[in-house]
Ligand binder design. Structure first.
Ligand SMILES: C[S@@+](CC[C@H](N)C(=O)[O-])C[C@H]1O[C@@H](n2cnc3c(N)ncnc32)[C@H](O)[C@@H]1O
Length: 254
């Protein structure tokens, strides 16, 4: 898989340097960077067989040439084992019953969260791409706790707010250039219960958010702006964890 997190990009760079000019110190630096993700996975509660099968199916799927409705679909989009377990864990410890997800892809994170819900719990997940939605629908077969809403997420959020829906936990993982709008609309329109937790993926955006601002992609620039707005907002408290491509946990104070 293509390196898409700050750590895996660093490991990849160190591997190239170590090949060009081998040295024991470079080799140790490479081993430090490249060994961490596997160790985290080995020490984290294993994924269920259902999630493992979806993980294999997503990474084995031929996505090449798949220009999605909103983005090029690729297996690197999958949150995967450790982040999926973090989401499961958060649903369990917060006691969330109503979960909102923005960005379904093949359904891994939605299924992971659904596994931790009580019997009357529900995940509403939004996906704009019909092909990703098709794979996710198959993955959700027999799981009546998940409702997949196909279409642009911002329009779905408006409809959910009109219907008076309120969520205890949200996972934001769709178009990076719309991150602020997702959070702002969900917050202003009352979709987030007081004390709700919002989990936001890719908030390090391959390191772009803390590297040279002039070289940021539009997505990196949008995520940097999102992070700064969240940090300055009086209604949120938050922590940015350096897991994978960065995961921010936000608690809605009011
Ligand atoms: C990173 S993937 C989601 C991965 C998924 N949460 C997981 O853990 O496996 C992002 C998904 O968001 C979808 N997406 C992008 N923009 C969207 C939008 N405006 N509305 C709804 N879905 C969108 C993409 O089609 C893609 O499937």
């Amino acid at each position: 898989m293509r390196p898409v997190t700050p750590l895996s990009i660093l490991a990849h760079e160190l591997e190239s340097l170590d090949r060009e000019r081998p040295s024991p110190r470079l080799d140790r630096a490479r081993a430090l960077a490249s060994g961490l993700d596997d160790y985290l996975s080995a020490m984290t509660t294993p994924e269920s067989e259902r999630l493992a099968a979806l993980n294999r199916r997503t990474t084995g799927h031929v996505w090449a040439g798949t220009e999605g409705a909103v983005a090029t679909l690729e297996p690197e989009m999958l949150s995967g084992h450790v982040e999926g377990q973090l989401l499961r864990f958060l649903v369990a410890v917060t006691g969330a019953r109503r979960v909102l997800e923005i960005g379904t892809f093949t359904g891994y994170s939605a299924l992971a969260m659904a596994e931790a819900l009580p019997a009357d719990g529900r995940v509403v997940t939004c996906e704009a791409d019909p092909r990703a939605a098709g794979v996710a629908r198959e993955a959700f077969a027999g799981c009546d706790r998940i409702t997949l809403v196909e279409g642009p997420a911002l329009a779905t959020l408006d409809r959910l707010a009109d219907a008076g829906e309120v969520f205890d936990l949200a996972f934001v993982d769709a178009d990076k250039t719309q991150y602020w709008d997702y959070l702002d609309v969900a917050h202003r329109r009352g979709l987030l219960a007081p004390g709700a937790v919002v989990v936001v993926d890719n908030t390090l955006y391959q390191g772009e958010v803390y590297l040279d601002a002039a070289r940021r992609s539009p997505q990196g620039a949008a995520v940097a702006e999102f992070n700064a707005r969240v940090a300055a907002h009086p209604a949120f408290e938050q922590v940015l964890l350096p897991l994978r491509d960065g995961v921010t946990l936000i608690r809605v104070l009011r």
